[in-house]
Design a protein around this ligand. Structure first.
Ligand code: NAP
Ligand code: 8YV
Length: 317
């Protein structure tokens, strides 16, 4: 397969490169810098982040785009589908890691544990001060999951072990779970104390968590977001935290990463992570392997391992 050219634009996990080099001719450059002959030779792409329509259009013989991450909102899938190009993502291998992080973020936010550690590290405990009691507790709290897919379900299982009551809102109720289904996000926000977002970035989820939803969540309410920053109206969130409309927030994702609004940094009732939910060595290795395996499978057996549902999956010639 060394005669097959695979484009790797921008940065990607080094294991993807290690797995692909030697098997394929790797072109490590951005589309805009390549001549027509090189562009015409490219049949596969391995990418982390954005691969827009213009990049797809520049590659006349492209067959597969293997995207790093389960969320593939950076890839223009409709343009790929229109061109009969397969898109793959990295589902399932990160479910446990992301769910672990989500639960940690819930506890950190409600119990203010990062602030307690900063207090200790600053020597304040050693000097005889006491860290203030956390205003909130997980005890007796109800959680509403906005999204109950592969990762949402793992989060729900973990929260059950924490003895929390669980509800969820999705477009389609699941027949295989014991949790209470809410037909609308607004209704769920009004019923729960913790709203946890784990939906994909789609037109329907854009700023779905807005001033109205935060108002319904209420003054004891906590917002946790491990999905995409896209789903939260950050200006409304900042206003809700300032006014006490909600009690706190825990965020791993932001609207315009890596930009985090200055106002969020100032809130003591907020816990912030830099998009690290899947960021352990073992899990990122598994994701990298899946990117490479999708490309290897496509060019060796004619089938991607984890194609996304929107794109066609024809047998390659
Ligand atoms: P998934 O299995 O496809 O689950 C998505 C869930 O969202 C489903 O329950 C789906 O149910 C629901 N959903 C989709 N659109 C909806 C809408 N408009 N309204 C209500 N519910 C909706 O995806 P996953 O593997 O769990 O991953 C979810 C997302 O998490 C990814 O797309 C990614 O953006 C994010 N993520 C973030 C990190 C991180 O590092 N922070 C890591 C991994 C993933 P219905 O189809 O029935 O509506
Ligand atoms: C990664 C993610 O941080 O899988 C996803 O959708 O958001 C994360 O696991 C990201 O894809 C890597 O850039």
């Amino acid at each position: 397969m060394t005669d097959i050219s695979v484009l790797v634009p921008g940065r990607i996990h080094t294991r993807v490169i290690e797995r692909l080099e030697g098997r394929f001719t790797l072109v490590r450059a951005d589309v805009a810098t390549l001549d027509a002959a090189t562009l015409a030779g490219i049949r596969g792409v391995a990418v982390s982040g954005s691969f827009p329509a213009a990049a797809i259009d520049a590659l006349p013989n492209l067959e597969i785009i293997a995207s790093f991450g389960v969320g593939y909102d950076g890839v223009d899938v409709s343009r790929a589908a229109a061109r009969n190009i397969v898109v793959s993502n990295t589902p399932d291998v990160l479910n446990d890691e992301v769910a672990d992080t989500a639960v940690a973020l819930v506890i950190n936010t409600v119990r203010r544990l990062p602030q307690a550690e900063a207090f200790l590290r600053a020597g304040r405990w050693g000097r005889g001060e006491s860290f203030p009691l956390s205003p909130l507790s997980l005890r007796g709290r109800r959680v509403g999951l906005y999204g109950l897919g592969r990762i949402g379900l793992e989060i729900a299982h973990r929260l059950e072990a924490l003895k929390l009551e669980i509800g969820y809102h999705t477009r389609n109720p699941r027949a295989d779970v014991p949790y209470r289904y809410f037909g609308s996000l607004r209704e769920m926000a009004g019923d729960v104390d913790i709203l946890l977002c784990i939906v994909p970035k789609t037109p329907e989820t854009h700023k779905a968590i807005d001033a109205d939803i935060l108002g319904a969540l209420g003054p004891q309410g906590v917002l946790i977001n491990v999905g995409r920053g896209w789903s939260v109206d950050e200006a409304a969130l900042i206003a809700a935290l300032e006014s006490g409309t909600i009690a706190g927030a825990g965020l791993d994702v932001y609207y315009d990463e890596p930009h985090v609004p200055e106002a969020l940094l100032g809130f003591e009732q907020v816990s912030l992570l830099p998009h690290v939910a899947s960021a352990s060595v073992p899990t990122r290795n598994a994701m990298a392997d899946l990117v490479a395996d999708n490309i290897i499978d496509w060019f060796s057996i004619g089938r991607a391992r984890t194609p996304v549902p929107e794109t066609p999956q024809p047998i390659s010639g």
